[in-house]
Design a protein around this ligand. Structure first.
Ligand code: G6P
Length: 611
């Protein structure tokens, strides 16, 4: 089982540099091992290495590689530990057929046994290795036919590309439930898991659909489904190549944090009515009748997107007075959820490809629920499966730790809530206008935080050089943001961070509060401010070092904490958008100070297309 990045090339350039460059752009999909297979003088040559891509590069002697056809892979192991032997590409018994794969072959044990009975010898612990052996088994001179037969035997999910020494001018790929695109250049063609891998060569792409098989030669691409040719639409990629590069910043994460004012502006563009009377969400096709019939909202997501969903619960329940449940996708799909035609399901996902989230979406649909997706990736599986999509327009997010995607997911939630609230008549006109005016100010206020707090937060983060534990506390929406703040810190700096509803501390966690331990106390919600201050007093009584986060002008907070991070004032409802920014920056600087790999933290991957 694997999550990973795939690249394939056929054309006039040398294949090795194209493959390595493409894999570098896909490392966000996994980076514990990598490999390439290239046809050199009619022979298939394999290079694989455990570790990051530079380990593979170190193994490859550039001069020896004159081939113009090849496939490459960067891996995130879940089945078969990271090792040279378990790295892709995998080959058949003859070493003439090489395969890269993203996904899970669910019936691989069964297939492996059957292939072994037929004399095949396996080299790795992976599920993927059954694929080259299946191609070998079925190959009778026609590679397309052999791949079709391979696919017919396999249960599970895959994006896979096959290269064979017997067909040195051809690449064949198949897709089911995992992304794969074709890039069309001048006399050269590409396969890739994602656009950044090939954007430096071409902007013309085709998105393969489930069940399709594509054949690339130097003359062009042919796509088949159920044995018949399919006409595919060619899409033109309009984004700037720079958008997928670091643009002068030392890490993608800090670049993406700094892109947040722009991202906020982009998601709001064209969506606030010029007279601030409502929002324009033409992409949501729910009728007034359907909206009136909503009895419950189910929000389902994973990771950071799940934390955006928790903010959503507070916001939607407050404004719509409809009960909202928030579920982690991997829990939702197996708990026989109470979802029906009166439930609106809101699916949140940056990548639009997270396996558990996609499965939850299908589960909700199967139970008759209408599904709105909030996602960043146009044409992703989740975007295509949902009834309606609110795109977050954050642009490509490369750092594993999500920042600009989270903040735009919050905006997606506000926009959807305001849209539903207006239809339901639950938001008075004056309140709507007030909220929209404040939403409109957010990009500028986010910029103020970046401009004015950078130095303070960089310095403040040094505290995590001495501490392996920390706590984030808050009530209501502050608690929802505390969850995201603690995830940011732990995932990239490896400091153990726990988020607690401030009122819950005394039921157990207070036992962990010791002298000088850092505690982040979020205090932006006026209706519970005094209650949170009482909790801070309990923490201070144990001599912890408390850092408050509050709106500018809040003088009270300074009396109860050791340090304060002041953020520009907005409506308490919108506070999460601004509160999270200093927490992201603290996590970033803590990771830098501790010498961690900021963009590619250990054991994680950006896009988790496996259960
Ligand atoms: C991975 C990423 C997280 C992300 C989560 C959900 O774990 O590392 O940053 O929040 O997947 O991903 P999605 O693309 O569905 O938002």
């Amino acid at each position: 089982m694997i999550v990973c990045g795939i690249v394939g090339y056929i054309g006039t350039r040398l294949a090795v540099p194209v493959l390595l460059e493409g894999l570098k752009k896909l490392e966000y999909r996994g980076y514990d091992s990598a490999g390439i297979a290239v046809i050199e003088d009619g022979e298939l040559v394999l290079n694989r290495s455990v570790g990051k891509l530079h380990m593979l590069e170190g193994k490859i002697n550039g001069d020896a590689h004159q081939g113009h056809v090849g496939i490459g892979h960067t891996r995130w192991a879940t089945h078969g530990r990271p090792s040279d032997r378990n790295s892709h590409p995998h080959t058949d018994c003859t070493g003439k057929i090489a395969v890269v794969h993203n996904g899970i072959i669910e019936n691989f044990l069964e297939l492996k046994e059957w292939l072994e009975e037929n004399g095949h010898v396996f080299q790795s612990e992976t599920d993927t290795e059954v694929l080259p052996h299946l191609v070998e088994h079925f190959h009778q001179g026609d590679l397309l036919r052999a791949v079709e037969q391979m696919v017919s035997k396999v249960r599970g999910s895959y994006a896979t590309v096959v290269l064979s020494e017997d067909h040195p001018g051809t690449l064949v790929a198949a897709r089911k439930d995992n992304p794969l695109i074709v890039g069309l250049g001048e006399g050269e063609y590409f396969f890739a898991s994602d656009i950044p891998a090939i954007i430096n060569y071409t902007r013309k792409i085709m998105v393969l659909e489930d069940g399709e098989i594509a054949v690339l030669t130097a003359e062009g691409v042919k796509v088949y489904k159920n044995g018949s040719p399919v006409e595919k639409e060619i899409q033109l990629i309009t984004w700037d190549t720079k958008a997928a590069e670091k643009g002068g910043y030392p890490h993608f994460m800090i670049k993406e944090i700094n892109e947040q004012p722009r991202a906020l502006r982009d998601i709001l563009t064209g969506r606030i009515a010029p007279d601030f009377s409502g929002v324009d969400l033409q992409e949501v096709s729910l009728t007034a009748e359907q909206i009136k019939n909503i009895r419950k909202i189910a929000v389902v997501a994973c990771g950071t997107a799940y934390h955006a969903g928790i903010v959503g619960k507070y916001v939607m329940e407050k404004m719509l007075r409809i009960p909202v449940e928030v579920d982690i996708a991997s829990e939702f799909r197996y708990r026989n959820p109470l979802i029906d035609a009166h439930t609106l399901t809101v699916i949140i996902s940056q990548s639009g490809e997270t396996a558990d989230t996609l499965a939850a979406l299908k589960e909700a649909k199967a139970r008759g629920s209408r599904v709105v997706a909030i996602t960043n990736v146009v044409g992703s599986s989740i975007a295509r499966e949902a009834h309606d999509v609110v795109y977050t327009w954050a642009g490509p997010e490369i750092a594993v730790a999500s920042t600009k995607a989270y903040i735009t997911q919050l905006l997606g939630i506000y926009l959807l809530t305001l849209f539903l609230g207006k239809e339901l008549g639950r938001i008075p006109a004056g309140e709507m206008t007030d909220i929209l005016h404040h939403l409109y100010q957010l990009p500028k206020q986010a910029q103020d935080i970046l401009d004015h707090l950078n130095e303070q937060l960089n310095k403040m983060a040094e505290i995590f050089n001495q501490w392996e534990d920390t706590f984030f506390v808050g009530r209501g929406l502050d608690y929802a943001v505390a969850l995201e703040g603690s995830l940011k810190l732990k995932e990239i700096s490896y400091v153990h961070a726990e988020a607690y509803a401030a009122g819950e501390l005394k039921h157990g966690t207070l036992a962990l509060i010791v002298k000088d331990v850092p505690v982040l106390a979020l205090c932006t919600q006026p209706d519970v401010f005094e209650k949170t201050v009482s909790n801070i007093k309990e923490i201070k009584a144990r001599e912890a070092h408390v850092i408050g986060v509050a709106f500018e002008g809040n003088k009270e907070i300074g009396k109860s904490v050791d340090e304060v991070i002041y953020i520009p004032e907005t409506l308490p409802l919108l506070a999460p958008v601004l509160t999270v920014i200093p927490l992201q920056m603290l996590a970033y600087y803590a990771s830098v100070h501790r010498g961690c790999d900021v963009d590619q933290p250990r054991n994680l991957a950006k896009s988790v297309t496996v259960e």
